[in-house]
Design a protein around this ligand. Structure first.
Ligand code: ADP
Ligand code: ZN
Ligand code: ZN
Length: 745
């Protein structure tokens, strides 16, 4: 006998748990995870719909009292049912409740009602309505009189109607009054759903560019697979400006011709007018966009339009992945290496993996694109899971810029204590004279403070984990250095362990600080700053970028956000002021992130006719991240970094699971993290690190402890997760604690 776990109606909170039903013999083949079924519910056995989220052969209750599924609901649930199985897959693979997983794939389903504009229209002539009004007055039906007066006084009531909400609020009539007049056929209520379409007035049909040989080869190869009904995963590794977007658009055209739809994921930060406008120009109102500044109602409308087949292309960040298209043919993930594709909240899923899973369910294709692919994606090309394509040249006229690496240790030796090296100062002056523009950025990404030597560049690292150790202050003095992976500690050295210099200490730099120093050093320049502070306002981003594009400033100072995906013709100099900041972040991806940022930054210079120049300032000029980024040599970077990952058992060779334990009570958090460790200790093929305090050891009154588990196989880590989940379930001791999982971040 088979039993199904059914989530009854996900819009009602109290029913937000699965109920078990028996699967009748004749429905055995039709009921799978994700199927929408009709079940008898509650005491009255009211017929309700519900989703099957699990199947098993063990009853939870008395079999004789377990009710049976009545039938399978077939209509209009295709999209939802597979999204539901996707939610189940997400729950299993990333660790979360089923509810959180459902919320992730159907983000707007529960809270938001469709915004409906209703209007009241008269159904009879002016005279007839007047006569009816007079009758109601004689019967002292004040409310009815008020409503009819409102209509009679409104000149265009016969064309445009009277707003329903206005009738209720301003004229104080109730729904039942409106209803009674409707029944007497005096008025009618017309509903019109408002589509809050964020794309307005953009219906151009700009022609496709003639693809170059390399671009065409990719489109032909993938196009052929699609025509043959063969759906695969592809990675396009194309240098910055090599025309990946043109390739995406040609592929989308093919998909549309097959009567299918496409999703294009773009990192939120790159969702600029400039970028998205190319899609509107090509595909007009077939396109819609999704972004975090849309209201939930607007998002809901976007999903509804997709479901009804009114749009064919959805562009947006991570969450756009779940657009319920009826016949999805292609998912594109641009800048696939971006960390924003990984969710920060449970379920902490990765859009790349989920896209591939969703595509697999629907026989759709996935195209990943990047100038600096994630190690994961490139590795999977090597193992044959993805097919690799490369674009080696810039598409237009532009040529790759010239990159200079500046050794900051030598600046110190030459008594230059400024944050600008001598060569950078010189080049900035030159650009200002020629009225060309400059971008200066600090890659603070993941920066959490580290200790280094300004004389030789040595950084204090953990011997076990190879990440930088983070200084901990005590009474304003750095007393101890800690590793945030394994918890190892070291006293703060007085002199550099490598060269003996006393120029050892923390190293930090803020954008505000840089802006001040730029103004002081180059008083003639107009300066703009872009960071989390200056972009907090709505449109903050766009406004600053527009001003810079219009040459209302000469120098743009900012965090890594300024280097991503923006195209400025007049920028001929890009400077990375402190390439080491991100290189020494306390996380195993710091070399990869630094390479990506620097390579992307280099790609910003010389996008137009003028040749660009790039300067990397660093204390570690010999580091392969910096060397390879300067040459935009991804493959060489990949091989060196992969060797490091292999040696220390990090992804993509191995897998790593981060378990966070939370409690309001510090001792309890510590105890729980140690119990969790004991729980999995001795499991085969795992490496345990920690527990230790999380980098943010206390947040919103919760103490946070962290434990890492490495394993060759992903499934081993799922087993670890399942064991911990089972341990936490109904655990009295830790009933006030919570744990979360994060795979391969
Ligand atoms: P990527 O997405 O790889 O950074 P884009 O698609 O943005 O590259 O292309 C970079 C520039 O080259 C854009 O201005 C684009 O219009 C132009 N471009 C791309 N493909 C071609 C082509 N086949 N012929 C002419 N210009 C092209
Ligand atoms: Zn030193
Ligand atoms: Zn360590």
């Amino acid at each position: 006998m088979i039993f199904a776990e059914v989530i009854v109606d996900i819009s009602v909170k109290s029913l937000d748990r699965p109920f078990q039903y028996r699967v009748p013999e004749e429905l055995k083949d039709d009921v799978v995870i994700g199927t929408l079924v009709v079940i008898p519910f509650g005491k009255g056995n009211r017929e309700m719909k519900g989703y099957v989220i699990g199947l098993s052969d063990t009853p939870q209750y008395d079999i004789n009292r377990t009710k049976s599924i009545l039938r399978v609901e077939k209509q209009g649930v295709v999209a939802e049912s597979h999204l539901l199985s996707l939610a189940y897959w997400i729950k299993e693979n990333y660790g979360s409740t089923m509810n959180d997983a459902i919320k992730a794939v159907m983000p707007v389903r529960r809270e938001i009602k469709e915004k409906v504009e209703r209007s009241i229209f008269p159904k009879v002539s002016y005279e007839e309505l007047q006569a009816a009004r007079n009758q109601f007055e004689q019967k002292h039906n004040a409310a009815r009189v008020r409503l009819l007066d409102a209509i009679l006084q409104k000149e265009d009531a016969w064309e445009n109607g009277l707003d329903y909400d206005e009738a209720v609020k301003k004229w104080k009539v109730t729904g039942s009054v409106i209803q009674s007049l409707t029944e007497r056929e005096l008025i009618t209520v017309a509903a019109r759903q408002l589509y809050r379409n964020p794309v307005t007035g953009k219906t151009g049909q700009s022609a496709a560019k003639i693809l170059n040989r390399q671009q065409q080869a990719i489109v032909d190869a993938i196009g052929q697979d699609m025509e043959q009904g063969c759906s695969k995963n592809y990675l396009i590794h194309g240098v910055t400006g090599s025309g990946k977007t043109e390739v995406y658009m040609s592929l989308i055209e093919k998909v549309l011709r097959q009567g299918k739809q496409a999703i294009v994921l773009i990192p939120e930060i790159a969702l600029t007018f400039q970028n998205v406008n190319r899609f509107y120009a090509r595909f007009g109102d077939k396109v819609s966009i999704m972004h975090s500044k849309l209201s939930s109602g607007e998002r809901y409308d976007q999903f509804t339009r997709a479901k009804r087949g009114e749009i064919q292309i959805m562009i947006g960040p991570r969450s756009a992945l779940f657009t319920p298209f009826a016949n999805l043919g292609l998912i594109i993930i641009d800048e696939e290496h971006e960390s924003s594709y990984q969710s920060d909240n449970p379920p902490k899923y990765h859009a790349r993996e989920v896209a591939i899973q969703r595509a697999k369910m629907l026989h759709a294709s996935v195209v990943l694109g990047s100038a600096t692919p994630s190690l994961e994606a490139y590795y999977r090309c090597q193992t044959g899971e993805y097919q690799l394509f490369t674009l080696t040249e810039r598409a237009g006229q532009a040529i790759l810029p010239e990159v200079t690496i500046v050794d900051l240790r030598q600046e110190l030796a030459a008594k230059n204590f400024s944050i600008f090296s001598r060569i950078l100062q010189e080049k900035i002056e030159q650009r200002l004279q020629k009225r060309e523009q400059i971008m200066l950025f600090i890659n603070r990404r993941g920066y959490a403070g580290f200790v280094s030597c300004r004389q030789c560049g040595e950084v204090i690292r953990c011997e076990n984990c190879s990440v930088s150790m983070k200084p901990h202050e005590y009474r304003g003095q750095i007393s101890v250095l800690k590793c945030h992976y394994c918890g190892a500690q070291k006293p703060m050295p007085k002199t550099c362990p490598s060269c003996g210099s006393k120029y050892i200490g923390t190293f930090g730099l803020g954008t505000q600080q840089v802006e001040d120093m730029v103004r002081k050093r180059f008083p003639q320049a107009r300066v703009l700053r872009m960071d989390a502070d200056t972009t907090a306002a709505k449109e903050g981003h766009e406004k600053i970028l527009k001003e810079f594009a219009n040459h209302q400033a000469d120098i743009l100072v900012g965090t890594q956000m300024i280097v991503k995906g923006h195209d400025f013709e007049n920028v001929t100099l890009v400077g990375a002021l402190a390439a080491d900041l991100s290189l020494n972040a306390d996380d195993y991806r710091s070399s990869e992130r630094t390479f990506q940022l620097l390579a992307q930054a280099a790609g910003r210079a010389g996008r137009g006719q003028k040749k660009g120049e790039v300067i990397f300032q660093t204390y570690q000029p010999e580091h392969y991240s910096i060397q390879c980024a300067a040459k935009e040599d991804y493959v060489s970077f990949y091989h060196q970094e992969l060797a490091v990952r292999q040696m220390l058992h990090y992804p993509p060779i191995s897998n790593i699971l981060e378990v966070l334990a939370f409690s309001e009570n510090q001792a309890e958090a510590v105890q729980l993290s140690e119990d969790l460790r004991r729980l999995v200790e001795g499991m085969e093929d795992i490496i345990l690190l920690g527990p230790a305090d999380a980098p943010i050891a206390k947040l919103r009154n919760l103490y946070r402890r962290r434990l890492f588990i490495k394993a060759k196989k992903y499934q081993t880590l799922c087993d670890v997760k399942n064991r911990m989940e089972a341990f936490m379930k109904d655990n009295e001791t830790y009933k006030n604690c919570r744990i979360t999982f994060d795979f391969n971040r």
